[in-house]
Design a binder for this molecule. Structure first.
Ligand code: NOJ
Ligand code: CA
Length: 699
């Protein structure tokens, strides 16, 4: 590590820091007016040009943006290996060089520290506000962190939005974001975009000189989510924080700090996927005994509602519901309600027969006749089942079959209501043997005018996770803020949605290359409850009024269990569709959820990803390949396997004439013997892919 102190005519000082392997170099300096700046290079290629750092405060003439002088700089090295409760590998190395620059403003006497951590895969930095007389309470009007790009990169972006991430990615040059913005903003139940050049993180880019660059944040706690706004003349991104209802960004009390701002970079796209920098920038586990946190494979009464085949609600009699007053007993049941005792028992039987850990049931509780769109405060109470769902009977039946029930708490964004009921709802879960909850935040927020990603809501999602941990409950939150590695600290956060998931395949379809982008973006912060495993791509075959098409081949759907890492994996399709393809379904039954090791074999954002993973505590391996729009032959070798050992590889791949649109169900299954000398060339069709299970052959 090098750290230089230069003092040029008393005006400018610069500190340099290198990453442990020397590939990355950063420099910190103060401009003449005392504005802090930084730069970043990777193997001598510029990643971040001179970029300003600082914050604007509300009602305050002295912002934390200029007039700084440097009081102190401290450097150190950190190298530690930790074991995640679940993950893509059993051990994670956290190795970085750190530089903490203490700045003071002479006029105000205020102190601020900018702490940089330089890893081999990127840079993280944050602002820290130590305890001091001169700065106690303050309100951030704007964070003014810049990320000055070195060129007009190709970016994989979704529109900046205070309320949703459920967008398809647009691939374009940075200079084209403005003209592509309007067509990239597709409809959502709750959405608020803010700028024609505003985009969300994690943002993935590729430079003309071969660098893969990713901008995101880590450890988003007690602060609003950060978006990026591009000055598309200068190619400078600036942080854009999600405001609250009054337009304020963050209420701070020193001592405190911001989340980490992260820049990952490599000349090899696979290294972006393999990086654990975001987790490493989060605090170590806060749960003393995490033995109750377990990966889960589940099915659920879900796809049938999403596709319109059945309904969440129980009756068509009501146009409005007042909890506690509306009389459900006198209502006529419709004949489409999904969550009936009998139907749920079929799912439990199927789960037990095929070795699934859990069954999710949505639409089990009263209130779904009228659950969003009216800014309704009392929506659900999370404890009262519909008359045709006998919770005790279902609970006892599941228990007798060795299957866990997964609770569903749709808040419909009435967060006030959820917090009102949360203790009781979690206790109710425990009383009835539920250890995992899927929560959801559909629709506009209550308190009214709040945004899904503002500081207040970020604090709510965190509160729900921490409270759940007290009850030993695992959380899978949909529509919450996108993850930033907080699951290192709270591994009971076993899933999030916070992106465009499989549900959109039933709402008009997603781009066929969507799943080749998500691991580079959304998955950087933590696992996604993507809900793969759709075998019937023509939804009208079972839900006649829905003509949406699932833009994926069946083999691609299998591969997602490996490429979209998550300790929580759903087999999302209807039971009847699995029964039609028992040989392909076998892969979903076999595939592991937790891993000793993951090796990214091939990767290019928007085009393809191939990964091999070794099951935790076993010698079994699984490989997944997903492919974008262009047909491609994937070429891999198996040199990661044990020397001298023979394995049986079962290869589930696209048939030659498969295509996500015209022939998605054409697949082949082949069994072959492989060793660590074997090689494979395999065609993946548009929207296609392959999945392989590799099991040691008996000696
Ligand atoms: C949206 C979620 O993403 C979906 O999974 C869920 O079924 C609905 N909300 C209803 O809660
Ligand atoms: Ca959703």
């Amino acid at each position: 590590m090098s750290c230089l102190w230069m003092s040029l005519a008393g005006l400018v000082s610069a500190q340099e820091l290198e990453s442990p392997n020397g590939n990355l170099e950063m420099e910190f300096s103060l401009l003449e007016n005392g504005t802090p700046t930084y730069t970043l290079t990777y193997k001598d290629k510029q990643v971040i040009k001179e970029s300003k750092l600082g914050l604007d405060l509300k009602n305050d003439e002295a912002d934390l943006f200029n007039s700084f002088s440097q009081a102190d700089v401290e450097t150190s090295t950190f190298d530690e290996t930790w074991k995640p409760v679940w993950g893509e590998e059993k051990e994670i190395r956290n190795h970085y060089n750190e530089m903490a620059v203490t700045l003071t403003q002479e006029e105000t006497g205020r102190k601020m520290i900018v702490r940089f951590r330089l890893f081999d895969e990127g840079l993280g930095f944050r602002y820290e506000f130590p305890q001091q007389k001169e700065l106690g309470h303050f309100v951030i009007e704007d964070e003014k962190t810049q990320f000055a790009m070195s060129g007009d990169h190709t970016a994989f972006w979704i529109p900046g939005d205070y309320d949703t991430q459920e967008y398809d990615y647009t691939e374009s040059r940075l200079s084209e974001i403005r003209e592509r913005m309007a067509s990239s903003i597709t409809a959502n139940i709750s959405q608020t975009s803010f700028s024609p050049t505003g985009v969300q993180t994690s943002l993935m880019m590729k430079s003309e000189n071969g660098l893969y660059i990713n901008l995101h944040e880590a450890a988003l706690i007690d602060y609003p989510a950060m978006h990026l706004d591009l000055d598309d003349e200068k190619m400078i991104f600036e942080s854009w924080l999600t405001p609250d209802v009054n337009g304020d960004k963050a209420f701070m009390i020193a001592p405190t700090h911001t989340p980490w701002r992260t820049i990952m970079v490599s000349d090899d796209a696979r290294e972006i996927l393999a990086s654990r920098m975001i987790y490493n920038l989060n605090d170590p586990i806060a749960i003393e005994d995490p033995s109750w946190i377990k990966p889960m494979k589940y099915i659920g009464v879900w796809w049938e509602m999403i596709t319109g085949k059945s309904s969440w609600h129980y009756t068509d009699d009501f146009s409005a519901v007042r909890l506690g007053e509306t009389d459900y007993d006198s209502a006529k049941p419709n004949d489409t309600h999904g969550a009936t005792t009998e139907h749920v028992k079929e799912y439990i039987d199927f789960a037990a027969e095929h070795g699934f850990d859990g069954v999710l049931v949505e639409g089990w509780n009263i209130g779904w006749e009228d659950w969003f769109g009216h800014s309704k405060d009392y929506v659900f109470d999370f404890v009262t089942p519909y008359p045709d769902f006998d919770l005790e009977e279902v609970r006892d039946y599941a228990k007798s079959k060795g299957v866990e029930m997964i609770m569903h708490h749709e808040t419909s964004s009435s967060v006030r209501n959820y917090e009102r009921h949360m203790d009781e709802a979690y206790q109710f879960m425990k009383d009835n043997g539920y250890n995992a909850v899927k929560s959801g935040y559909v629709g506009d927020m209550l308190p009214r005018g709040e945004n899904h990603y503002s500081q207040w809501l970020v604090n709510h999602y965190q509160y729900a996770i921490e409270k759940a941990a007290d009850f030993k409950i695992m959380v899978n939150a949909h529509e919450a803020v996108r993850p930033t590695g907080v699951a290192r600290t709270y591994p009971n956060l076993i899933g999030n949605e916070s992106a465009r998931g499989t549900e959109y395949q039933a709402f008009g379809g997603s781009k066929p290359n969507h799943v080749t982008v998500l691991p580079f973006t959304r998955l950087q912060g933590g696992p996604m409850d993507y809900t793969p495993g759709i075998f019937e791509m023509d939804i009208s075959t079972f839900s006649p009024d829905n003509d949406s098409h699932v833009n994926s081949t069946l083999a691609n759907q299998l591969a997602l269990y490996v490429t979209m890492y998550s300790p929580l994996q759903m087999a999302a399709d209807l039971i009847e569709n699995y029964k039609r393809f028992p040989d392909a379904f076998q892969f979903i039954k076999d595939v592991a959820l937790d891993w000793d090791k993951s090796i990214y074999l091939e990767a290019e954002p928007g085009d393809y990803i191939t990964v091999a993973r070794k099951e935790k505590g076993s010698e079994n391996w699984f490989i997944g390949n997903v492919n974008g729009e262009t047909p491609r032959t994937s070429r891999i070798n198996f040199d990661f396997l044990n020397k001298g050992q023979k394995y049986i590889a079962t290869i589930y791949s696209d048939a030659k004439d498969a295509h996500y649109k015209t022939n998605p169900q054409a697949y082949e299954i082949k069994k072959v013997v492989v060793t660590n000398k074997s090689k494979l060339s395999k065609l993946s069709v548009p929207g296609g892919g392959y999945a392989i299970s590799i099991i040691p052959a008996e000696k």
